[in-house]
Each structure stands twice: as structure tokens, then as C-alpha cells.
Design a protein around this ligand. Structure first.
Ligand code: NAP
Length: 288
């Protein structure tokens, strides 16, 4: 088994931090270097210390090397900087987990134009820019694991025309960008409710619908790529984090379960029976 490299975005707390620790504990490669990335260096370095201490306490300190690198997914320059750094240090990437996200509407903030724009910029465009920037340096059999949500399911839309657009076999990244930009415009003009965008947590929900649709588009683009790259999207389930709140049923480690499965299990390779570009929950392909 060869030496591998993983990147996790938004890993300074919550599910992302658990993902780093569980990857370090559960991989079966000869060695694994994991980049714990965060937009804030102080929070990221603190998380790095916590993860290293936890691994030490679990007797697994030598199984993986965990490094910190800054990455603000809302900033293309920051993403490109991470790619240059990783390329210089280790040459390529085997596992990319796009975990970073915001959900300000869950904290009671109203869906203003600036909230909608920021949510789409981080949750959708940030993830898209991570995928597009890192695709050229993904190694054979690499995996991309995208974090979406149960509120990214299409029944949250109140318009069958919108649903058809997101489901379309001809969907492209350009069309998807136009759809999410239309949502932000509709928030700006106060028409988003009448146009059939989701009624609850609309900005977060649209961003996560778009992430699921994008994963399908990427899988389509990867057909014929000799590297046989897997790209998956999942709902981690309602999880006790700053985003999910204290009453959520899952711990952060349990929330990390499905993304870890998709990153490591042979059942989630690009050539597995489950197929590429699918939406997963509880370690199974699930209905979108
Ligand atoms: N918790 C749930 O119940 C639940 C359910 C379904 C889906 N999810 C999804 O699971 C993922 C992780 O959620 P969580 O519950 O662990 O949330 P969380 O505790 O709020 O953590 C979110 C992480 O994303 C980071 N982040 C936000 N904006 C960023 C940016 N521009 N660049 C880089 N990092 C950024 C945050 O960094 P800062 O500390 O700097 O803000 C934090 O590290 C998210 O994609 C979320 O939508 C969560």
C-alpha cells in the first residue's frame, strides 16, 4: 500500500475536525498525510494541537502525519495558494473532503441578500473552486467527498420547473452557476418565495441542492478520465456542532461516518457498483 495525501476543508471544529482524526485512525494506507485546513490560522493551529493530542491519547500518533494549512474557500487566491503549497510539499492529492460550510439561517438570521450571497459563495462556489483547482493534481483512484445536507433534497423546492432544471441530464457548471445566481437575485428583488425556492433556510438549502447537482455534473465530466476518480456527495445527518446545535442526535464523530466511508471504503471507488456522483446518507446511496 502506498503513501497517500488527504485534504479536509473547514477542519478547525465540528465534523471537519472529526474527519481529520478519523481519517488518521481508520486509513489502511502505508502512510497518510492529512492537511487539516481552516480559514483562520489561530483556530486551525489550535485544532491541529487537539487532533494530535487525541491521536496520541488513542495510541495512533504515528499512523498519519497531520499538518495545518490555511484555506479560505471563499477566496480563490487562498485555494490556489493551498494547491501550490500541497503540490510543492507532496506532489498530489488522493482524498479531497469539501466540508467547509456556513448555515447562518440556523442561528435565526434572516435571509437577506448579503446572507444569501455569502452562503452561496462559501457553500457552493467555494466547493466548486476547490474541485476545479485540485482536479489537475488528483492522483489515480482519488476521491472527492462533498458535504451536503438533508435540506439539499429536491422536495424542498416549491417549483417543479426548478426541480427539472437541477435534475437535467444536460446540466452544466455554467447553468448551475446561473441558477444559484438567479436565487441570489430573487432574494435581492424579494421574489424568491413566489418563484419556488425553498421556504425554510432558503440560502443554505439552495447551496446544498446545488452541491448535490454539481457532484453529478463533475461525475459526468470525469467519465473517460483514466485516473478513475470517485466523486460523491453526502448528508452527514443532524449533528451536534456549532451549526447543528446542542439537541442534534449525532456526535461529530457520528456525523463524520458517511464521509469517512466514502473516502476510504472500497464500496465507494469510482468503479464500484454504487456508481459515481451519487448522494449518500448513512453509508448508502439515498434518494435526492
Ligand atoms: N451539523 C449538522 O447537523 C449538519 C447537517 C448536514 C450537513 N452539514 C454540513 O457538514 C459540514 C460541516 O458542518 P459542521 O456541523 O461541522 O459545521 P461547523 O461546526 O459550523 O463547522 C463549519 C466549518 O466550516 C468552516 N468554514 C466556514 N466558512 C469557511 C470558509 N470560507 N473557508 C474555510 N472554512 C470555512 C468553519 O470555520 P470557522 O470556524 O472559521 O467559521 C468551520 O470550521 C458543513 O458543510 C455543513 O453544511 C452539517
Amino acid at each position: 500500500m502506498s503513501s497517500k495525501v488527504a485534504i479536509v476543508t473547514g477542519a478547525n471544529k465540528g465534523i471537519g475536525q472529526s474527519l481529520v482524526r478519523r481519517l488518521a485512525l481508520e486509513h489502511t494506507f502505508s502512510s497518510l498525510t492529512i492537511y487539516l485546513t481552516a480559514r483562520d490560522a489561530v483556530r486551525g493551529e489550535r485544532a491541529l494541537r487537539d487532533v494530535r493530542a487525541a491521536l496520541e491519547a488513542e495510541g495512533a500518533a504515528g499512523r498519519s502525519e497531520v499538518r495545518f494549512a490555511t484555506c479560505d474557500v471563499a477566496d480563490v487566491g487562498s485555494i490556489r495558494g493551498l494547491r501550490s503549497w500541497v503540490e510543492k510539499e507532496v506532489g498530489g492529492v488522493d482524498i479531497l473532503v469539501n466540508n467547509a460550510g456556513i448555515g447562518d439561517e440556523f442561528h435565526g438570521l434572516p435571509t437577506t441578500p448579503s446572507l444569501a450571497e455569502e452562503t452561496i459563495r462559501i457553500n457552493y462556489y467555494g466547493l466548486l473552486n476547490m474541485c476545479e483547482t485540485f482536479l489537475p493534481i488528483l492522483r489515480p483512484s482519488a476521491r472527492i467527498v462533498n458535504l451536503s445536507s438533508g435540506v439539499g433534497k429536491l422536495y424542498n423546492l416549491g417549483s417543479r420547473d426548478l426541480e427539472r432544471e437541477f435534475r437535467s441530464k444536460d446540466l452544466s457548471v455554467e447553468r448551475l452557476n446561473a441558477l444559484v445566481d438567479q436565487f441570489v437575485d430573487d432574494v435581492r428583488t424579494g421574489t424568491y418565495q413566489t418563484r419556488g425556492w425553498p421556504g425554510s433556510w432558503p440560502a443554505y438549502s439552495v447551496s446544498k441542492i446545488a452541491v448535490i447537482a454539481l457532484t453529478g455534473v463533475l461525475a459526468h465530466q470525469l467519465v473517460g478520465d483514466p485516473r478513475e476518480i470517485a466523486v460523491h456527495v453526502c448528508d452527514p445527518g443532524w449533528t451536534r456542532t456549532d451549526m447543528g446545535g446542542e439537541t442534534a442526535p449525532k456526535s461529530a464523530d457520528q456525523g463524520a461516518q458517511t464521509p469517512i466511508f466514502l473516502a476510504l471504503s472500497p464500496e465507494a471507488s469510482a468503479t464500484s457498483l454504487a456508481g459515481n456522483g451519487r448522494f449518500w446518507g448513512n453509508n448508502r446511496v439515498t434518494a435526492w
